[in-house]
Design a protein around this ligand. Structure first.
Ligand SMILES: [Zn+2]
Length: 96
């Protein structure tokens, strides 16, 4: 779940990103949308449905997201996928 907090910015208030919590276990990210606790590491998870309609004069879109920590991704979500039709993830790697 993406938590928002209200902050005062130049004499007005607006919703800004506060923290991210896992929709499965409730764990909090250590900073922004990076679940890693070590500074040089980056662990991002994304479970999102994008729905969009585009017409000549405009359109609309809707995004539905689940926020899940890397531990729940590996132990719960992956297990669920692999127990249903033996689904396997698409894994991409890079080194630089
Ligand atoms: Zn979790």
């Amino acid at each position: 779940m993406k938590h928002m907090k209200t902050v005062l910015i130049l004499e007005h208030t607006e919703e800004v990103f506060d923290k991210l919590t896992c929709d499965v276990c409730g764990a909090e990210s250590h900073w922004d949308e990076n679940w890693s606790s070590a500074e040089p590491e980056k662990k991002m998870t994304t479970i999102q449905l994008d729905e969009e309609e585009a017409f000549p004069n405009g359109g609309q879109s809707m995004q539905t997201q689940y926020h899940i920590c890397p531990t729940c991704f590996k132990t719960k979500l992956s297990e669920w996928f692999e127990s249903h039709r033996q689904a396997k993830p698409t894994i991409s790697k890079s080194v630089w």
